[in-house]
Design a protein around this ligand. Structure first.
Ligand SMILES: [Zn+2]
Length: 467
């Protein structure tokens, strides 16, 4: 990596040309600050990037700022610490708590996958090794420092950050960063105005920004109502004697789905059947959402804080929380209709893989995908109509009904992103469009130029720009 001496720069070390691996490096002289430190996920060529040497010596980074707890934003932190990072990880309170859950789980999955690959002999590494293990994750978790929303704090020389609510998941923030006199705004992952539990994304405050760094996951699309609706797919499956498997991201998506199922069961739209929450990580996250509601956290919508404090908005009366693997196995290929919510959301790891393996070959069952499916993941292959999928080295036939439901997205679409960006009172110096798959970022950048008349650009992987 080149340096520009005393000129502040930003280098795009990930989430450039892809939706994962968010890592942005701010540099000026001897000061280096990383914004997000995520894992690359999806296609093998992307996952291999997690093993590539970082473009900077980790020991030379002074601070890490974290927008939210999703793995593609925080999942590289243990590796960064292992490589000698000595500073703190600044995040909001619930991002720190949720990231701890997510990093422990990530370390465990990687360790188990490496062991499994060793046993089956299908790894490229010999002997197979995890990217990081549970000890590395614990060391990283110790480095978190919890920060308040809306307070300007100094994190390094001439570097200040303010966390604003982004409405994406519990704890999630957009970051207003001042770096050597330059004013920047990072969208992180921007939520939508209709989250059932979280307050709307905070609009950008007044003032001239030198650069806005915006996500573009749905930058080339607008959310449209699904052709299949959620309750219809559930009702048809249950009436046919089958069960519904919902692969859901453990953090936030599980909560949203549970709230919706409770509402639908309470109003009699869907039949009351057992609802299994089958992901240890999701259950821990669920407790943090309950804590935030009971504490009256300002991230939670006012109506939810007022009407649900002390009660459980996630339980329709038939919620069963499956803690152990033994409990999880009791719902493998269920004989009585039920709804199973299990992680991971893209079917790439975790307990959902075992449920998929059991349920996919049976035409009675339905798999409902409720989140974004990245290219290269099992979930993407399934929603694209794969007739068989590979699992742990075996081909599994797909006979179950597979549907994708778009209505639960917690990412702003192109119109919502434009609305958020244009809430700044003055045109920014420049816009960098990141966190979008090939095409989406460029297309969204073009929209910014066309609709707002601003200077905008979708940086390439590894690109460095002057601020
Ligand atoms: Zn996210």
């Amino acid at each position: 990596m080149t340096t520009n001496g005393e000129q502040p720069t930003i280098t795009f070390l990930g989430a450039a040309g892809t939706v994962t691996g968010s890592r942005f490096l701010l540099s000026c002289g001897e000061t280096n600050v990383m914004v997000d430190c995520g894992l690359f996920q999806g296609l093998k060529e992307l996952r291999l990037k997690n093993w590539a040497p970082l473009a900077i010596d980790a020991a030379k980074i002074n601070a890490v700022l974290l927008t939210h707890a999703h793995l593609d934003h925080c999942g590289y932190i243990p590796k960064l610490v292992e490589q000698g990072y000595k500073g703190k990880i600044h995040s909001t309170k619930f991002t720190a708590k949720l990231a701890a859950v997510i990093l422990r789980d990530s370390a465990r999955i990687q360790t188990e996958d490496a062991k499994y690959a060793a046993k089956k002999g299908f790894s490229k590494h010999n002997p197979p090794k995890p990217l990081y293990d549970e000890d590395d994750a614990e060391k990283a978790i110790q480095k978190f420092q919890e920060e308040e929303f809306n307070q300007r704090i100094q994190v390094a020389e001439q570097t200040f950050v303010t966390f604003h609510t982004s409405g994406h998941i519990l704890g999630a923030a957009t970051l207003e960063v001042e770096f050597f006199g330059k004013k920047l705004m990072f969208s992180g992952d921007l939520g939508r105005d209709e989250h059932p539990l979280l307050v709307n994304p905070e609009r950008i405050i007044a003032g001239k920004f030198d650069a806005l760094i915006t996500e573009s996951t749905y930058g080339d699309r607008e959310h449209v109502a699904s052709s299949t609706n959620f309750e219809k797919a559930i009702n048809e499956t249950i009436e046919g004697g089958g069960s519904v498997l919902i692969p859901a991201f453990a953090v936030d998506r599980t909560e949203i789905i549970l709230v919706r199922i409770r509402e639908l069961m309470e109003s009699g739209v869907i039949k009351k059947v057992p609802v299994y929450a089958d992901s240890p990580m999701a259950l821990k996250a669920l407790d943090y959402y309950r804590q935030a509601i009971n504490e009256g956290s300002l991230e939670i919508r006012e109506d939810i804080r007022k009407s649900w404090a002390g009660r459980d908005p996630f339980d329709p009366g038939s919620l069963v929380e499956l803690e152990s693997v033994e409990q999880s196995k009791t719902v493998n290929d269920p004989s009585q209709p039920c709804i199973i919510i299990s992680a991971s959301g893209m079917g790439t790891g975790g307990r959902v893989v075992h449920h998929l393996r059991q349920m996919l070959p049976n035409s009675k069952h339905t798999i409902l995908f409720v989140g974004y499916q990245a290219i290269g993941t099992r979930g993407r292959a399934l929603v694209d109509g794969a007739e068989q999928v590979k699992m742990h080295g075996e081909l599994v036939p797909v006979r179950a009904r597979v549907e994708q439901i778009a209505e639960f997205s917690v990412h702003a679409d192109s119109n919502e992103l434009i609305k958020w960006l244009s809430s700044t009172s003055v045109a920014p110096g420049q816009v960098f469009v990141v966190h979008g798959e090939a095409g989406a970022a460029e297309s969204f950048s073009d929209s910014i130029v066309a609709k707002l008349g601003w200077k905008s650009h979708a940086p390439k992987d590894g690109e460095q720009a002057l601020l």
